[in-house]
Design a protein around this ligand. Structure first.
Ligand SMILES: [Zn+2]
Ligand SMILES: [Zn+2]
Length: 253
């Protein structure tokens, strides 16, 4: 697949002080998509065909519900619900797929074509997640390119300790898909050094944090790094999920 470079937002994100610039970019985009959908995009036929078919995941239903535009959400949900009723009529009228009694094959009943799996995959599908995934691949491609082409960016990449684990996987995927072997070797060395360096630092801080609960350390104030280490570790392991790193921009709509 061909990707286009989107340099400015990536540079801006890496200039900010944060744990994972790609998480910051993702949260900003997510917020923009929700805004766009609820303000006018839901009236565009092309968008509506997509949301009717796909619907939204738990996170994105919940984030849209927190906004004030209930009409946009109601209209999209109404036509998606009509589509879901049609699809469920078919799924729930079908017959169960025969399941194997052998333990090795016990999971085969939850394959793509089974009825529970069909319902599950519809629940998990999400138009916002789909749009975000496409944009994040473009940003990850840009990050990989900038890291190869610019010394100043390489330094910023190191300072941030690369990215969180989900975005490390994404960067590695884009590197494997788009780079020559020579470029890939060079990018992977940078990724390894940055990501592992930061993870080891967090691991040390987390250990220092646990030590403050030892009675022998009573009265010893933990360093700010140790104090924030649980938050940092969770956000590194799972992508921004807690604290300021995970905060969406404030809204009053
Ligand atoms: Zn991230
Ligand atoms: Zn979603």
């Amino acid at each position: 697949m061909k990707y286009t470079l989107d340099t400015i937002p990536v540079l801006d994100a890496f200039r900010q002080e944060c744990q994972c610039p790609l998480c910051r970019l993702e949260i900003t985009c997510e917020d923009g998509y929700i805004d766009g959908l609820l303000s006018s995009a839901y009236m565009e036929p092309e968008c509506r065909i997509r949301t009717n078919q796909t619907g939204f995941c738990r996170r994105h239903y919940s984030l849209m519900y927190e906004r004030r535009n209930r009409l946009g959400l109601a209209l999209m949900t109404h036509t998606h619900l009509q589509e879901m009723i049609r699809s469920l009529e078919e799924t729930l009228s079908g017959t169960a797929k025969k399941r194997s009694k052998l333990p090795f094959f016990a999971g085969s009943g939850t394959q793509e074509s089974s009825r529970p799996a069909r319902i599950q995959s519809r629940i998990e599908a999400c138009d916002i997640c789909d749009q975000l995934a496409k944009t994040m691949r473009r940003y990850a491609f840009t990050t990989v390119r900038l890291a190869l082409d610019r010394d100043d960016f390489r330094q910023m990449f190191k300072t941030h300790g690369g990215a969180c684990l989900p975005h490390t996987a994404l960067l590695l995927d884009l590197a494997e898909e788009t780079l020559s072997e020579k470029e890939r070797t060079s990018f992977e060395a940078l990724l390894r050094e940055s990501v592992l360096g930061r993870l080891r630092e967090i691991e040390g801080n987390l250990y220092a944090f646990t030590q403050q609960f030892d009675y022998r350390n009573a009265g010893v104030a933990p360093s700010p790094e140790a104090r924030n280490s649980v938050e940092h570790a969770l956000n590194r392991l799972a992508g921004a999920i807690v604290g300021e790193e995970a905060a969406l921009p404030a809204h009053n709509d």
